[in-house]
Design a protein around this ligand. Structure first.
Ligand SMILES: Nc1nc2c(ncn2[C@@H]2O[C@H](COP(=O)(O)OP(=O)(O)OP(=O)(O)O)[C@@H](O)[C@H]2O)c(=O)[nH]1
Ligand SMILES: [Mg+2]
Length: 412
């Protein structure tokens, strides 16, 4: 399916139905009273992240999504029906931005968690709503409230832990094929890959991470050279970038020069992305003579003034992959925030035990002494304050309520 990672659509929620003004008119029922019902609510527009989608192509064709208006209220106590909401399913990782202001309205990171983007208008009140004991024949009724409408830009940023970055033909697609279940097209011409591919890497039982392979980047991408640099947005959510470098390029270009140019492009696109942890992956080691390898690697690292981790691999021959995968997994795993275990408030240490409610102040010193004495009574082990016996005979200072002052006039 065609990969589309951007779309602009209009969304409009439904208006609320109008309230009705009506009176009960029936034979032999004088003064029947108001019976106009409220209007129904207009449909809202929700977005939901769907794990099974990976493109925004549907929104290239269907560009306007309108929910229906709420039904108007009617006489005979009838309320208008609310309209159905519209749920737009988008790939997980989609960002919804306001078209005019570019403000982020929603990020759909969690699958199947609906996010409200346009609220439907509430229904208006019928005259039945206004009846009171003093206003028995109200003629007020209100129209429905309008629904929200927006023009939004949808941007897909794939959710991956690790991103592969490199010049065209560096071997990124070969690497993702070697380590994961992804099968992108591989060929010996530049720009084989035209859209991001995701692959799940299984390092061991219950140990996995997701890798994203993106199209190659060249010098001047910020100005539109090659495929431009727009797809770098797919690396913005990763935790680690693997900078794949071809150690034996065909046309004898300098890999160090290219690596520096690529780092510059990264900075031009987004300084935050350039600041992400980046590791060097020197690929196509099999193309370098055995006795020349160490010197070549040392030379590249030295000229790049590289301080971070360096891995020497051959994606095609599948050499040197395992140590790299384990190191990546450790890094990614360490960065994933561990969600705090749910705490049952009943067993929370800080929760005070329900104390007897007393209005008068307790004498603190004597009460504390008694608690300490009770704790030492049976054994010497320190007693958890939560399980300390509640002192029944707390010394309570009872102050007699002040006698009401007599009026002087009476006393006199
Ligand atoms: N000898 C050798 N060839 C490799 C290795 N890795 C990749 N190649 C070859 O390099 C060529 C380009 O590989 P790709 O994986 O398509 O490169 P890419 O970085 O994805 O390129 P683009 O998608 O165009 O950006 C292919 O012909 C691969 O067979 C390697 O480790 N050793
Ligand atoms: Mg490729």
């Amino acid at each position: 399916m065609k990969f589309v990672d951007e779309a602009v659509i209009d969304i409009a929620a439904g208006n609320g139905g109008a309230g009705c003004m009506s009176f009960r008119r029936e034979k032999c029922i004088p003064f029947g009273g108001p019976n106009g019902g409220n209007g129904g609510k207009g449909g809202s527009i929700w977005f939901v992240g769907d794990r099974n989608l990976n493109t925004l192509i549907d929104y290239r064709y269907a560009r306007r999504h309108e929910a229906r208006n709420g039904e108007s209220g009617r006489g005979s106590d009838q309320f208008g029906a609310a309209s159905e909401d519209i749920v737009l399913r988008v790939p997980v990782g989609t960002i919804v931005k306001d078209f005019e202001t570019d403000q982020i309205l929603a990020e759909l990171i969690e699958p199947d968690v609906p996010v409200l983007l346009c609220k439907g208008g509430d229904g208006g009140f019928g005259n039945m709503h206004y009846k009171t004991s003093t206003n028995r024949a109200p003629r007020q009724h209100t129209p429905g409230w309008p629904g929200e409408h927006k023009k939004v830009r949808l941007e897909l940023r794939v959710l991956a832990d690790v991103g592969l970055l490199g010049m065209p033909n560096a071997g990124k697609s070969t690497l993702i094929t070697a380590i994961s279940n992804a099968r992108p097209k591989i060929a010996d011409y530049p720009f084989t890959t035209l859209h991001p591919n995701l692959g799940v890497v299984r390092v061991g039982p219950e140990k996995s991470f997701v890798v994203a392979d993106i199209p190659g980047l060249i010098e001047g991408a910020a100005e539109g050279a090659g495929l431009g640099h727009q797809f770098l947005r797919h690396l913005q959510r990763t935790r680690l970038l693997l900078h794949v470098i071809d150690m034996a390029p065909f046309d004898d270009v300098d890999p160090v020069q290219q690596a520096k140019a690529l780092a510059l492009e990264l900075k031009k696109y987004d300084p935050e992305l350039a600041a992400k942890p980046r590791w060097l992956v020197l690929n196509k080691l099999d193309m370098v003579a055995l006795d020349d390898r160490a010197a070549r690697v040392k030379d590249i690292v030295k000229r790049l003034k590289w301080k971070g981790p360096v891995f020497e691999i051959s994606a095609l021959a599948r050499e040197g992959l395992q140590p790299m995968l384990h190191a990546i997994f450790e890094h990614v795993h360490a960065q994933v925030e561990q969600p705090a275990p749910p705490v049952d408030p009943r067993f929370e240490a800080d929760t005070p035990i329900a104390a007897p409610v007393v209005d008068e102040p307790v004498r603190p010193v004597r009460a504390a002494k008694k608690v300490a004495k009770a704790a030492q009574a049976d054994n010497d082990e320190p007693v958890d304050p939560r399980f300390a016996p509640i002192e029944p005979e707390l010394e309570i200072e009872v102050t007699a309520p002040a006698a009401p002052a007599r009026r002087r006039s009476r006393a006199a």
